[in-house]
Design a protein around this ligand. Sequence first.
Ligand code: ACM
Ligand code: ZN
Length: 518
Amino acid sequence: MQAEKRHKGLSLCVKNALCLHVFVFLIAFAFACGLMSVQAQPQPTNLIPAPAEYKVCKGIGKLSNCKIVKSEKALLRRLEGRELANWQLKSAYWMELGKKGVKIVAADEEGVFYAQQTLKMMESLDSVVSCCTILDWPRFRYRGVMLDESRHFQGKDFVKKQLEMMALLKMNRFHFHLVDNPGWRVQIDAYPRLTKLTAWRPEAYFWDWEKNEIGGLFVEDGTPEAYGGYYTKQDIADILAFADERHIEVIPEIEMPGHNYETRYAYPELACSLPGGGKDPWELCPGKESTFEFLEKVLLEVFDMFPSQYIHIGGDEARKNNWKLCPDCQARMKAEGLKSAEELQSYMIKRMERFAHEHGKRIIGWDEILQGGLAPDATVMSWHGIEAGKQAVKEGHDVIFTPTHYFYLDYHQDPAQFRPVGRLVSLEKVYSFEPMLEGISEAEAHHVLGVQGNLWTEHVQDAWHAEMMLYPRVYAIAETGWSQAEKKEWSDFERRASVLSAVARKWGYTVYPPSQQQ
Ligand code: ACM
Ligand code: ZN
């Protein structure tokens, strides 16, 4: 009995084991079939920014074996009557990813480059790349990121790393905020004290240096423990070559008349003719001819360094109190028939615009340049909100939208973030911005050049923190700038953003965790 029972038990065990084997085999078979059918199924794309048109076909695409046709005629044939502006045509591409390889058709090198970025992203993000055809072009011509290098200085390698990510995201403008109160960051041969002295300060952390909104001290280059740095002309040339290969225009910003504490520290004669240069420590004196001589000499060197069409002249947050007391400013106002400090600022910006035009450049300024009358050809960076941008469009000016509550990347992404500042600017909030605002007519739409994220660095000391503030929010700005409005969809973007974030981390970027974005 016992033995029989044991035998029965054994055979039951064997039977069970056999069943288990069959079961495992069936599961494995079903899984393999499932996988095969998943592989045969068209896969959704993980691309950021979402392409204008994306059609999946049967089969798995082969990402190598790439044939490139650079011909406007050929691209127009693929566009089948879709009407693109000339600047869009330059960036547009058609791409077919087949079982045997890739074919790219573009009118210009820029379109070929963007097709290649699409391929690079597919290769990096998609586990299975389905055969597909893509027809793609940008919605806006300006898709930018601004980096404040004055408050905290990151340097060349950091900048190149971010340019690489921008290129992958099809962004094309890098706004280089090179000078501001706590540090001058670019070599100017005519004024060596800007880099021998005011590129260096004793305190590394900005808030340890700036006390009560009045800046601190600077120390000579070479002083032990001095914090800071600057870009030599060779550094700038290296960055520009790197950016150029990636179809990114680098736009330098030279601030005037406000945000010039460091300039006045190096050259106190640029301040108003008042005791200590006046109560406000930031402003240059627009009454003195020597101020214009200084700015023109600086700009000539900057124009030589940067081939960009635009120069950003700042124009923000000048307090203007000194000007009301300064005899030189008062004399200037009288001579030019200017009725207010705002008109004096406008005089300065218009004069600098004329100078820029003489050298083949156009100016961009923060939205305060609207005060006292806008310079005739100026492009406005609308940062206080959206109203200034709308007003500029109505006045027939080009506008780039960088509204604080959507695109200020120093603002925190969730309430628990390390060093929270400003308002909550979550990934979803960034993504929700629509640049074609109500009230802007179809005829005025071409004045909306695009969008830009601004990373101010008062609170952002190192590369780890800076990247955490940039990513993933820069993805959302890239998609808003490139993708057609009807292609934007938050939940799908959120999914794609987390795929890109995982890969970006493997590449060595610090990316804020998507789970904490809300
Ligand atoms: C700015 O944020 N002051 C342009
Ligand atoms: Zn003055």
